[in-house]
Write a protein that binds this ligand. Structure first.
Ligand code: BYC
Length: 471
């Protein structure tokens, strides 16, 4: 196990002190990051004491410690999972060869682009969520938001380390630009579409952490397979932190459902108008949010047929999540049956990696749905079960981009699509209603009326612990 040195300005387990050039370059970037955090990070809470976890080791057991921290003082650092001895490339044409400790010249620009794209999403999500603290449903939720935010900040550090350490001058320039693009900025937007969507309410936040952070899980898993070993080790440790983000999403949505079912029981009705009048989120409205964020997150896997992903796989740069669980790691002989608006096409499997990843992602998304639906069924409302939208619904990237498809996956007329869209994703009215629920609750243990309390607190503390001291 490699321990983390906290005595240094930048905590790390990479022996940064032994590489003065890299250390100086990163120490030069550090104040710019802090400026970005203060300007674009959570607004107005920089002086609050937040009960946060900080990584103190990369060991699977006991890797984090908890304590009250002011966010700008959070110890963002560089942590890589321990190396795997004699690790070999696990897929593609160079399968079985030793992994690379340096960037192979021929893959330099594509690796840089993958790292920049990954890195860009991390500060983007912090920017998207910067105003949410003002309307937190509880101090428990506020703390979870900030935990997610500081860890996304650390994930930015993880990618910036790779850029500085392995890509010389252009890597340093890219690291600067990661702080200059901003979510939703008309001139300099973030790279991927979903990261320019505003997240202005907590229902969106729970959906984002459920669906979009799960894309993060799948992309990180596929980069953890990379033949470029420093990238693999970096992503392996990021995955440890990522799990909590999806927990926030899954339990958040679960708590909304629990509260709605309580209100339905109390009122003895499933009438959406009466549920809304009582200050809760009717399940139809929640379904619209799921439709919106699931379809938006599906675009993050790229085109179904992608020569980029084929080359990345063949060259050993980016594998499939859990590559070892597949039988064929070369994919030169196989085909994949792809569902397009023109019918089913057989395409080389190597070109369909994005689609294979999207399918396994959707299976993972189903797990939460099953759990939520069990609660809904137990409460006596099986007809109100929630569903994932079809993979071809409301897509902006790939074969189905711009096609009029309903949430069940049927191709319909443009007119019917335009007419019905507001019944499938949140309308202006729906968003206004959700916004009206977003009233800050900041007394220890108290919850907003639209969401049930969590089953337990953080790190074995009670739910009514003062997770954020606002002063
Ligand atoms: N929006 O061959 P194609 C996370 C571009 S989330 C805009 O189809 P490829 C997190 C694409 O860049 C995980 N543009 O796709 C979650 C390309 O442009 P160029 C983030 C898009 O290259 C929550 C062109 O279309 N990590 O960590 O196979 C909170 C053709 O591309 C989009 C990664 O994504 C889009 N949705 O795959 C915090 C991993 N989709 O090159 C964090 C790194 C595609 O022709 N990135 N395009 O100019 C990648 O592996 C790949 O870039 C993608 C696209 C999977 C995104």
């Amino acid at each position: 196990m490699s321990s983390i040195n906290y005595a240094e300005k930048i905590p790390n387990n990479i022996n940064l002190a032994n590489d003065r050039t890299l250390q100086r370059a990163l120490e030069h970037w550090q104040p710019k990051f802090i400026d970005w955090w203060k300007g674009m990070g959570p607004s107005d809470f920089q002086g609050a004491d937040v009960y946060l976890r900080t990584a103190v080791s990369v060991d699977a057991d006991g890797w984090a410690q908890y304590g009250a921290v002011k966010m700008p003082d959070y110890r963002w650092g560089i942590f890589l999972a321990d190396p795997v001895a004699e690790r070999k490339i696990g897929f593609g044409d160079a399968m079985g060869q030793p992994v690379w400790q340096q960037v192979p010249g021929e893959y330099r620009s594509i690796l840089r682009r993958l790292i920049v794209t990954q890195g860009d999403t991390e500060p983007a999500s912090v920017e998207q969520q910067r105003l949410l603290g003002h309307t937190c449903p509880s101090l428990y939720d506020l703390r979870n938001l900030f935990q997610v935010n500081v860890e996304e900040g650390r994930h930015l550090w993880a990618m910036v380390y790779l850029l500085h350490a392995y890509f010389g001058r252009d890597g340093r320039e890219e690291a600067e630009e990661l702080l200059q693009r901003h979510s939703g900025d008309a001139d300099k937007p973030r790279i991927l579409s979903t990261f320019n969507e505003p997240i202005s309410d907590w229902l969106s936040f729970y959906c984002f952490t459920y669906f979009t952070d799960r894309d993060g899980k799948y992309q990180l898993k596929s980069l953890a397979e990379s033949g470029f070993d420093p990238l693999s080790r970096t992503c392996r440790f990021m995955l440890t932190e990522e799990a909590h983000h999806m927990f926030v999403g899954e339990t958040g949505i679960g708590r909304v459902i629990k509260r709605t079912l309580e209100v339905m029981k109390e009122l003895g009705t499933d009438d959406p108008a009466r549920i809304r009048a009582h200050g809760a989120v009717d399940l139809g409205l929640l379904q619209k949010y799921l439709n919106f964020w699931c379809s938006s997150s599906l675009d993050l896997f790229g085109n179904e047929i992608s020569s980029n992903s084929a080359a990345n796989f063949a060259n050993g740069l980016k594998g499939r999540p859990d590559e070892a669980t597949y039988e064929d790691h070369v994919l030169r002989e196989k085909t994949f049956a792809l569902h397009t608006p023109k019918g089913t096409e057989n395409v080389p499997m190597l070109n369909a990696i994005n689609e294979i990843m999207r399918e396994s992602y959707l299976k993972d998304c189903e797990i939460g749905l099953k759990r939520w639906n069990r609660t809904i069924e137990r409460a006596g409302y099986p007809a109100l079960a929630l569903r994932l939208p079809a993979a071809n619904f409301r897509r902006s990237i790939g074969a189905w981009a711009g096609q009029p498809v309903d949430p069940k996956g049927n191709l319909i007329s443009n007119e019917a699509f335009a007419r019905e869209l507001n019944s499938w994703i949140p309308s202006e009215q729906d968003r206004a209603f959700v916004k009206s629920l977003m009233i800050r609750v900041a007394e220890p243990g108290k919850m907003a009326r639209w969401v049930a309390p969590p089953d337990r607190g953080i790190n074995n503390l009670p739910v009514d612990y003062e997770y954020v001291k606002l002063h």
